[in-house]
Design a protein around this ligand. Structure first.
Ligand code: IMP
Ligand code: MG
Length: 179
């Protein structure tokens, strides 16, 4: 069992997401926003955010892979599952769990921009600027965090811990047979 210490509590997360939703409500007044969640990490965030939006909302999801059960980026990105609807003419808000190296978003944003949305912005729950390899224009960040591997609120370590209601830092334990 890995040891996990709380970095950001559920209460803090949910308060901050309310603020992020308020900003979107003001920015997009009179418009419909099309939320795009990047699976699987952004699921908890996008649901909580959507619950606090008062502007009309549509939602879609896509799945991109850049990590293979590891805590370090492979640098390679591929679309595992594409959107089901067109984004042409829509006010797209791309919703991410965390921006780390920036590789995923710097690959994905130009692809989505080329599909002709009316507008596109990026919101992320967490941001680890210290680890950036490629610059990404972020419109709103929930929390800037230090360079630590975090889990919970959608984020996983080897597919585990996504269901924790808080953000925690996992102290990766070595197995008995590890050096
Ligand atoms: P990037 O391409 O390096 O910016 O990272 C993209 C993806 O890596 C994120 O959407 C997460 O799924 C994953 N990731 C990055 N840092 C962490 C972390 O600390 N915990 C869990 N997943 C992470
Ligand atoms: Mg992700």
């Amino acid at each position: 069992m890995d040891k996990i210490s709380v970095l950001i509590s559920q209460e803090e997360i949910e308060l901050r997401i309310c603020e992020m939703a308020d900003r979107i409500n003001r920015t997009y007044e009179g418009k419909t926003v099309h939320l795009i969640g990047i699976l699987k990490g952004s699921v908890f965030f996008i649901c909580e955010l959507a619950k606090h939006l008062t502007v009309p909302v549509t939602m879609d999801f896509m799945s991109v892979s850049s990590y293979e059960n590891a805590t370090t980026s492979s640098g390679r990105v591929r679309i595992v599952m594409d959107l089901s609807d067109t984004i042409q003419g829509k006010n797209v808000i791309l919703v991410e769990d965390i921006i780390d190296s920036g590789n995923t978003l710097s690959y994905l944003l130009p692809i989505l921009e080329s599909r002709g949305p009316a507008s596109i912005e990026l919101v992320t729950l967490l941001n680890k600027p210290d680890r950036r390899e490629q610059e990404v224009a972020v419109n709103d960040t929930g929390f800037v965090i230090p360079d630590a591997f975090v889990v919970g609120y959608g984020l996983d370590y080897a597919q585990k811990y996504r269901n924790l209601p808080y953000i925690g830092v996992v102290e990766i334990e070595k197995g008995e047979n590890d050096e």
